[in-house]
Design a protein. Structure first.
Length: 331
């Protein structure tokens, strides 16, 4: 069955069945607007878009993985402010001749990832187009003070949660033809499964941002574009220099030895430049206890005279390589 064979009423019925209502939803799907409770008096909001053949291939990923992925990247942005998600709305452009089961798998993947963190999927829009395009907006609230990216101070330690470089390794394995996209599951993928699966549908440690905020994190970001690019943004916002520790980065790179040998790539590059894993990059005071799952990978220092705010590794200024506007590569 093609997507165009389903009526709007049938699709809405599927949405109601797949999407969680959410713990703070007062009015959900079915009216002109949703209504979400905000006892704190303010809310945080973020939005992301994913485009077929720019950010994903349906020949590489299932519909479920695509839906889970777009939800994860929005939920991680909420977490990066020290916040908890309350609701999501999703706008979708899809070809009329798209397989209906694949489309409904996208819906299920989005709904399941939202359900895991107690957020509702409370509305959206659907239109026809040449390719699948997903735009999700997430709303949330902060149990404590909002953690911004401009609070890093000289002497702070830079710590991360989640994996580093796994998604980039998975991308290179698929794009380089080293893994058949039809192959799935740990039994078939073996030691490469964590990298392929992280690329297809990252499962970030959602909640680590809230834990970091409670532990005293002074600056924080979702690792959407990789440590190099995101640390540079934090450094610029905070007017400091962030220096990555070579030993710590090499320890992270060691976890990538299996795919690095196959792709003949220096895994340090994957660690520093790889994005879309959506763990947390956070600056903590040097005496702050790190929450579970965080490990130190660098430090913050003051700028020297004439020096620009930046992120550095081995004395070299880092620049990110995870380009969302690069139409020649799928991210």
């Amino acid at each position: 069955m093609k997507l165009g064979d389903l009526s709007e009423a049938q699709l809405v019925s599927h949405f109601r069945a797949s999407f969680p209502a959410g713990e703070r939803t007062l009015i959900g799907i079915g009216d002109d607007c949703a209504q979400i409770a905000v006892p704190e008096g303010s809310f945080i909001v973020t939005t992301d878009v994913m485009v077929e053949d720019q950010h994903f291939h349906l020949s590489w990923s299932t519909g479920y993985e695509v839906g889970a992925r777009v939800a994860a990247q929005n939920l991680a942005d909420i977490d990066a402010m020290g916040g908890r998600p309350s609701g999501l709305v999703a706008s979708v452009v899809a070809p009329r001749d798209m397989d209906a089961d694949v489309f409904l798998d996208v819906v299920r993947g989005l709904g399941e990832r939202a359900r895991e963190v107690g957020a509702g999927v409370v509305g959206g829009d659907l239109s026809a187009g040449d390719k699948l395009v997903l735009s999700v907006t997430a709303f949330g609230y902060c149990p404590g003070p909002v953690v911004r990216r401009d609070g890093a101070r000289p002497g702070d330690v830079i710590a991360v949660s989640g994996t580093l470089g796994f998604s980039y390794a998975g991308l290179d394995l698929l794009s380089g033809g080293h893994v058949d996209p039809a192959v799935r599951g740990t039994d078939q993928l073996g030691k490469l499964a964590p990298f392929i699966e992280t690329y297809r549908a990252p499962h970030p440690p959602l909640g680590s941002g809230v834990a970091a905020a409670a532990a005293g994190a002074r600056a924080m970001m979702d690792l959407s574009d990789g440590p190099a690019a995101d640390a540079a943004r934090m450094a610029t916002a905070s007017n400091v220099v962030i220096e990555f520790d070579r030993h710590a980065i090499e320890e992270e790179a060691w976890k990538l030895q299996a795919p690095a040998l196959i792709c003949r790539t220096d895994p340090v590059w994957w660690v520093l430049q790889g994005g879309e894993e959506h763990g947390m990059l956070a600056a903590f005071p040097p005496d702050a206890p790190l929450p579970d799952g965080f490990r130190v990978i660098g430090r913050v220092r003051a700028r020297e005279e004439g020096e620009k705010a930046c992120a550095m590794f081995d004395g070299e200024i880092l620049r990110g390589a995870w380009d969302h506007f690069d139409s020649d590569s799928v991210h």
